[in-house]
Design a protein around this ligand. Structure first.
Ligand code: CA
Ligand code: CA
Length: 287
């Protein structure tokens, strides 16, 4: 199950929240023979005036379900101004849900609250590689500080090491094509750079690092006005967390390389650390 408490992003600010219009977004990949489902419930504001409708995704063919059985919809969730209001039933906030086993490589579905309790499918993003688990993890991060959230999509089984896609946000919604950060594993891109070339055995472990198994909004770590991102790779060596600083001038750094790499002693701790980091940043985001 994945869960997220989303603030109103009408102000264009991500780290501040409006408790009067928060929504709890809950992803559950198991129901309906692993087709999965997402639920959205209003949690903020005065109880009498709160929207008490329980919104949910379509799950049957008659309801135009966006994914088939065994797709694991709801494995990850995120929320942001991913579409302009006129393309999202007038809503400023759109919900994204990952379905990493949908289709050949995974899908991400964008939903909006429209005229019924059924969340309306607004757009589908498709993973580009067979069995890459595109959508295993999601995060909304405004890396260039322009007020439009970028959608970060993890595909931890891409190639031999995993990858992360970033769809740029803008006034017309998310870009059609995604850019990838830390595009390939060290051996694949041939540079041997990044977090160090290491020995042959270390490099071999990095190839199965599962980069992108978790991604998380990190707030603005260096207080430069652009939001920052963390990515977990639990099986890269003994486990690593990669920190990417946004930039108000040009988005990511020009090398698309992490600004910081954190390592832990034991293999399992990479995942634990990232989970802790993700939950702490998510709670910051919802505060
Ligand atoms: Ca942006
Ligand atoms: Ca920053």
């Amino acid at each position: 199950m994945s869960a997220l408490l989303t603030p109103d992003t009408s102000s264009g600010s991500s780290s501040s929240s409006s408790s009067s219009s928060s929504t709890a977004l809950i992803g559950a990949p198991g129901p309906f023979t692993w087709r999965g489902a997402v639920f959205a419930v209003s949690t903020g504001g005065d109880f009498l005036f709160r929207d008490k409708t329980h919104y949910h995704t379509p799950v049957r063919a008659s309801e135009a379900a966006p994914v088939d059985r065994y797709s694991y919809l709801g494995m990850s969730v995120a929320a942001g101004n991913f579409l302009p209001p006129h393309r999202a039933c007038g809503q400023r906030v759109v919900f994204a849900a990952g379905a990493p086993r949908a289709g050949e490589g995974g899908k991400v579905v964008l939903f909006a609250k429209c005229q019924s309790e059924l969340l309306s499918v607004q757009r589908l993003l498709h993973g580009g590689s067979f069995a890459s688990s595109f959508g295993y993890s999601l995060a909304a991060v405004d890396v260039d500080g322009d007020g439009f959230k970028e959608l970060v999509v993890g595909a931890p089984f891409y190639g031999t090491g995993g990858t992360v896609y970033v769809y740029a946000g803008g006034p017309d919604g998310l870009a059609e094509d995604a850019e990838r950060i830390r595009l390939k594993s060290r051996a694949e891109d041939g540079t041997g750079s990044g977090s160090g070339s290491g020995s042959g055995s270390e490099q071999e472990e990095a190839l199965e690092g599962r980069f992108g198994l978790s991604v998380a909004f990190a707030g603005d770590l260096n207080a430069d006005g652009a939001e920052d991102l963390v990515v977990g790779a639990p099986y890269d060596g003994r486990g690593k967390v990669f920190v990417y600083m946004g930039s108000s001038e040009h988005g990511w750094n020009s090398q698309k390389r992490p600004d910081q790499v954190r390592r832990e002693r034991r293999r399992e701790e990479g995942f634990d650390m990232c989970s802790i980091l993700a939950s702490s940043t998510c709670s910051t985001y919802s505060r």
